[in-house]
Design a binder for this molecule. Structure first.
Ligand SMILES: C[S@@+](CC[C@H](N)C(=O)[O-])C[C@H]1O[C@@H](n2cnc3c(N)ncnc32)[C@H](O)[C@@H]1O
Ligand code: SF4
Ligand code: SF4
Length: 300
């Protein structure tokens, strides 16, 4: 990370903690909800299947920038499906950088060739060993591993949503992250139980076991882009929600934290690690502040 970006985030953090501010720093633009997959745990694909137009996405990026957002995510649906005439996802990433966003990340299912060297991180979903991943995501594991191998930069961070199907395969994903070319790290979430996927949610005991395994893998030197000090809060679902420093925009509609904020009772069962990590950080949790500094400087 550049020194200027580091100083910007440090100033934002101090201001937010001291004055209990609620201004956003992390924003997500949903470029489309269209997707080529229908994963078992996912409730947000192909609801409208609309590709949002380039001009609209540019306006949304500008709006987020003007609100103070400096960490931008492009998400979907499947982001690599997005295009509008001469524009593709890579153009959006480059324009976001030119606009002044300090960190620009993309979330993808990894089933398309990966040529996004300008992104800080490409969060690429891998949901276990081959058998568990394919059970959740269809027969895509080999295609994805091949795309990772042929990627044009080493900016890939695996992204695993841990649920009842793949909870025993955390170690496999950590080892894949450690041993595969072009992969920088792995980041985890627990399944967030939307009304149609409640059966995939983990119990407290299961979450505790997962956190023990992740902690053990951290000790063994696996590159894990999460904060160990947030685990007790994630196990008990006792972190503050929603995250007021995070916003999402989809088709002109702005939401605090996630699109899921509208689903009654979901925030109390939220499994997204970034929510725990950011809300604890901005509530001034000292252990989280120091661990985040160390972790972010290592992987971004
Ligand atoms: C909605 S997908 C969109 C981007 C891309 N299609 C992908 O699969 O990475 C973004 C991430 O959310 C995760 N996800 C989907 N439903 C989830 C849920 N109910 N709880 C936790 N993570 C979930 C996916 O596994 C993926 O890593
Ligand atoms: S690839 Fe991503 S958006 Fe598509 S169904 Fe799977 S999790 Fe959902
Ligand atoms: S806290 Fe609520 S709105 Fe935010 S990601 Fe979790 S479930 Fe969604």
């Amino acid at each position: 990370m550049k020194l200027s970006s580091f100083l910007y985030f440090t100033y934002f953090g101090i201001k937010t903690i001291l004055f209990k501010k609620r201004e956003p720093i992390l924003g997500t633009v949903i470029v489309t909800d269209r997707c080529n997959l229908h994963c078992k745990h996912c409730s947000v694909n192909n609801i409208t299947a609309v590709m949002h137009p380039y001009d609209q996405i540019k306006k949304e990026m500008q709006l987020l920038y003007d609100m103070g957002v400096r960490i931008l995510f492009f998400c979907g649906g499947e982001t690599f499906l997005w295009k509008d005439e001469n524009h593709n996802l890579r153009n959006l990433v480059i324009e976001a950088k030119q606009m002044g966003f300090l960190i620009v990340n993309v979330v993808t299912n990894g089933t398309f060739p990966i040529d996004l060297p300008e992104a800080n991180l490409i969060l690429l979903s891998l949901d276990g060993d081959k058998q568990r991943h394919n059970e959740i995501r269809g027969n895509t594991y080999d295609i994805i591993m091949n795309n990772i191998h042929n990627a044009t930069a080493d900016n890939i961070c695996l992204y695993m949503a841990i649920n009842k199907i793949n909870k025993d395969y955390i170690r496999d994903v950590c080892l894949t992250a450690r041993n595969t070319k072009n992969i920088r790290a792995v980041s985890f979430n627990f399944h967030t139980p939307y009304p149609d996927t409640k059966e995939l949610a983990l119990t407290k005991e299961e979450k505790a076991t997962c956190c023990e395994i992740i902690s053990q893998m951290m000790k063994e030197g696996a590159p894990i882009f999460n904060l160990k000090n947030a685990f007790p809060y994630l196990i008990e679902n006792q972190f503050p929600t929603p995250c007021h420093q995070c916003v999402v925009i989809e088709n002109g509609k702005l939401s605090t934290c996630g699109r899921c904020i509208e689903i009654p009772g979901l925030c109390e069962q939220c499994g997204y690690f970034f929510v725990a990590e950011y809300t604890l950080l901005f509530h001034g949790n000292l252990k989280i502040i120091f661990e985040m500094l160390r972790t972010y400087l290592k992987y971004i």
